[in-house]
Design a protein around this ligand. Structure first.
Ligand code: ADP
Length: 293
C-alpha cells in the first residue's frame, strides 16, 4: 500500500513550517500490527516520524481528538507520550504525525515504571468526571459529558450507551439488559467515591511501549474518571505483569476492596469489544454481570 501523495506533501509542508527548512519524505514503510488506522514509519531528511492515516469521512475529527488527548496526558509528564507534530486532512485522508518511538522488549521494570507513572498521572484532577470534549474509544465514539459523580457518569456515559448499542444489534440478550438495569441501581453501593483522575482510557499492553528512556503510552481515549478504570483495563488482556500493581499501590494505594471491583470496571472495555467484535464477549459480559447482580 502506498501513502497518499497529497498527505506526503502536507506532511513535508508542516515539517518545514515547524523546523524552518525544507524537509523531504524519503520513504514510508507501512507498519504491521496496527488494528484500526494505517500506520507508517516515515523516513525524512529530518529523521524518522510516526504517521497514522485513515479515511477522513469514516472517522471525523478522530485524530484531532487523539492529538488533544496526547497533549493532555503530556501535561502529566509521566508516563511519557509521543510528541504531537501535527494533524491534517488531504485528499480524503486524515493524518496524525507523531514523534517516532523506538521500542525495546517489555520487562518487569517496565511494568513497575508503568504502574508508578500511571499513579502519578492519576493525581491530576479536575472538579468533574468526563472532559470538555468527546473523543473515541477504538472505533466507537466516547461521550465525556461532564458529570458531578462517578456512578452517574459510569452508568450514563460509559455502560448504558454501549448496552443500548449491543441490544440494537442483537449482541446482548434481554436477561443481561435487565441485569445491567439492576447493576445501575446497585452502583452507588459498589463503587467508592474518589476525585476525578486523569485517565489514559485505553490502557492495554499494546498501548504501552518500552524504550531506552522509559515507558511511553500511546493511543489514549483520555477523560477524568475513577482511577480503577485504567488499572482494571491494564489487567484485562494480559501482557502487563504483577510488578505493575505493586508499583501502582506503592505510589498511591487503591481503596480497600479494589480487587473485587476490577471486573466491574472491565464491563466498559468488554462492552466496547462486544460492540466491535461480538463473538465470545457477550458470554464474558454475562459472566461478570452475574457476579455483581
Ligand atoms: P491504532 O489507533 O490504530 O490502534 P496505535 O496508536 O495504537 O494505533 O498504534 C499502533 C501501534 O503502532 C502501537 O501498538 C505501537 O506498536 C505503534 N506505535 C504507536 N505510536 C507510535 C509512535 N509514536 N512511534 C512508534 N510506534 C508507535
Amino acid at each position: 500500500m502506498d501513502l497518499n501523495a497529497e498527505v506526503i506533501t502536507n506532511v513535508e509542508a508542516e515539517l518545514k513550517a515547524q523546523l524552518g527548512n525544507a524537509v523531504q519524505v524519503r520513504d514510508a514503510k507501512s507498519l504491521s500490527g496496527v488494528s484500526i488506522n494505517d500506520a507508517w514509519a516515515l523516513e525524512t531528511s529530518a529523521g524518522r516520524f510516526f504517521l497514522k492515516t485513515n479515511a477522513a469521512d469514516r472517522h471525523p475529527s478522530r485524530f484531532v481528538a487523539e492529538a488533544a488527548d496526547l497533549a493532555l496526558l503530556a501535561n502529566a509528564k509521566e508516563p511519557r507520550t509521543p510528541k504531537v507534530i501535527a494533524t491534517g486532512e488531504a485528499d480524503g485522508t486524515a493524518w496524525l504525525l507523531l514523534e517516532f518511538i523506538t521500542t525495546k522488549a517489555w520487562t518487569a521494570e517496565a511494568d513497575a515504571a508503568l504502574g508508578r507513572g500511571l499513579a502519578k498521572q492519576h493525581r491530576h484532577s479536575q472538579p468533574l468526571y468526563g472532559l470538555d470534549r468527546n473523543n473515541w474509544i477504538g472505533l466507537l465514539p466516547q461521550d465525556n459529558t461532564p458529570t458531578a459523580d462517578w456512578t452517574t457518569f459510569f452508568m450514563q456515559h460509559r455502560l448504558a450507551p454501549l448496552v443500548r448499542m449491543a441490544r440494537d444489534h442483537q449482541r446482548i440478550n434481554d436477561g443481561d439488559v435487565l441485569r445491567f438495569e439492576r447493576l445501575y441501581a446497585a452502583l452507588p453501593d459498589l463503587l467508592p467515591q474518589e476525585k476525578p483522575a486523569l485517565l489514559h482510557g485505553d490502557l492495554w499492553h499494546g498501548n504501552a511501549l518500552n524504550t531506552a528512556d522509559g515507558v511511553v503510552v500511546v493511543d489514549p481515549a483520555a477523560y477524568y474518571g475513577h482511577r480503577e478504570m485504567d488499572v482494571a483495563m491494564a489487567g484485562l488482556f494480559g501482557g502487563i505483569g504483577p510488578d505493575f500493581l505493586v508499583a501502582y499501590n506503592n505510589e498511591w494505594p487503591l481503596e480497600p476492596g479494589w480487587e473485587g471491583r476490577m471486573d466491574l470496571c472491565r464491563l466498559y472495555p468488554l462492552l466496547v469489544h462486544l460492540n466491535l467484535f461480538g463473538g465470545g464477549y457477550s458470554e464474558k459480559v454475562s459472566e461478570v454481570l452475574r457476579r455483581y447482580v
